[in-house]
Design a protein around this ligand. Structure first.
Ligand code: NAP
Length: 329
């Protein structure tokens, strides 16, 4: 495993971050524990969760918080807390009522306390705003986050899914008021989803030195190569994945990933991770796995980098329309 500084901080994180949205949703507690054990055994230190994980299953809101609870029990049983850089998120709906979601001062502080309890720890290493709350001023959110940093309950703060203008506004307001500042950004970013990050936020992250943690790095499983023409895939996410990506463009990318991977003795998914890891803006893609075996394959991407010509061929097959390109490109 390689380790990288998270943006401009001095904090070192493993170059693969373990995502835990699957825990309690598409995988059970025993498999979640096996995944975390395999991750730390391979030198992984960086784990990402969120308070709302995972309320997309049939139990809805009742299941929110279970991913954090599973991680909390695992850290307690294994005594791993001090080896982990623990990231979680706040913003999504956690209870019914007018204050059930958002980034108000009241919620940011209450939800942090709730996450600490579920995670059975006294501090969160990276506390992230899951997505924007335009009903709350950025100053209110940042001042609450700043208080959490000063109280020692949170070490660093980050943002996810923010449009670039809001992310820039947050950096500016932190600077203006002397508040703790976002040190990282978590966008959806993969060979299947480039424009949303690359056009605006990527140059911002590069310029301001934010750590970047791409989520859904395998296009929700498509870039594993298991989705082929006429092949049925068993996954809760299969229908959505097929609808989004199973087309000529997607399959051409899989063919190229397979070809490049074969020349390195690597798989399709490892090569999709390598495309991210070769980009100097990226700190740590977030790996999602339902089993230890799935995770092991992804861990095989650690240290794997692509040549400029391999990057160019994947960039060209995954390019987006020219009129989407930023004016400085
Ligand atoms: N900030 C946000 O808004 C946000 C949003 C989404 C995710 N996230 C974070 O990012 C993490 C990763 O996201 P993601 O799950 O969408 O990532 P992904 O890497 O695009 O997809 C992961 C899925 O691919 C499949 N897979 C992985 N390895 C495989 C293998 N070796 N063989 C076959 N299938 C394999 C599994 O799904 P199947 O077995 O079901 O096919 C797995 O759950 C999440 O856990 C979460 O922590 C953050």
């Amino acid at each position: 495993m390689n380790y990288r500084r998270l943006g401009r901080t001095g904090l070192k994180v493993s170059e693969l971050c373990l995502g835990t949205m699957q825990f309690g949703w598409t995988t059970d507690e025993a498999n979640s524990i096996a995944v975390m054990d395999a991750f730390v055994a391979a030198g992984g230190t960086f784990i990402d969760t969120a308070d709302i994980y995972t309320m997309w299953g049939p139990r809805g809101l009742a299941a929110a918080g279970e991913s954090e609870e599973i991680i909390g029990r695992w850290m307690k049983q294994r005594g791993t807390r001090e080896r982990i850089v623990l990231a979680t998120k706040v913003r999504g709906k956690m209870w019914e009522g007018p204050d059930g979601e958002g980034l108000s001062r009241a919620r940011v502080i209450r939800c942090c306390e709730d996450s600490l309890r579920r995670l059975q720890t006294d501090h969160i290493d990276l506390f992230q705003c899951h997505w924007v709350d335009l009903d709350t001023s950025i100053d209110e959110t940042l001042s609450a986050l700043d208080d959490l940093v000063h109280s020692g309950k949170v070490r660093y703060i980050g943002a996810s899914n923010y449009p670039a203008w809001r992310l820039m506004e947050a950096l500016w307001q932190s600077d203006r008021h002397g508040y703790a500042s976002f040190v990282s950004y978590q966008p959806q970013y993969s060979l299947m989803e480039r424009a949303g990050f690359e056009i605006e936020a990527m140059p911002l992250c590069k310029h301001h030195g934010l750590g970047v943690m791409p989520y859904s790095p395998l296009g929700c499983g498509f870039l594993t190569g298991k989705y082929r023409r006429g092949v049925k895939v068993e996954s809760i996410r299969a229908e959505e994945v097929r609808e989004l990506y199973a087309n000529d463009r997607g399959f051409a990318l899989i063919d190229e990933l397979e070809k490049i991977g074969a020349s390195h003795g690597k798989t399709v998914s490892q090569t999709a991770f390598a495309w991210l890891l070769t980009n100097p803006v990226v700190t740590a893609p977030i790996v999602g796995a339902n089993t230890a075996a799935q995770l092991q394959e992804s861990l095989g991407a650690a240290g794997y980098r692509l040549s400029p010509s391999e990057m160019e061929s994947l960039n060209s097959l995954s390019s987006y329309p020219k009129n989407w390109r930023p004016i400085w490109d």
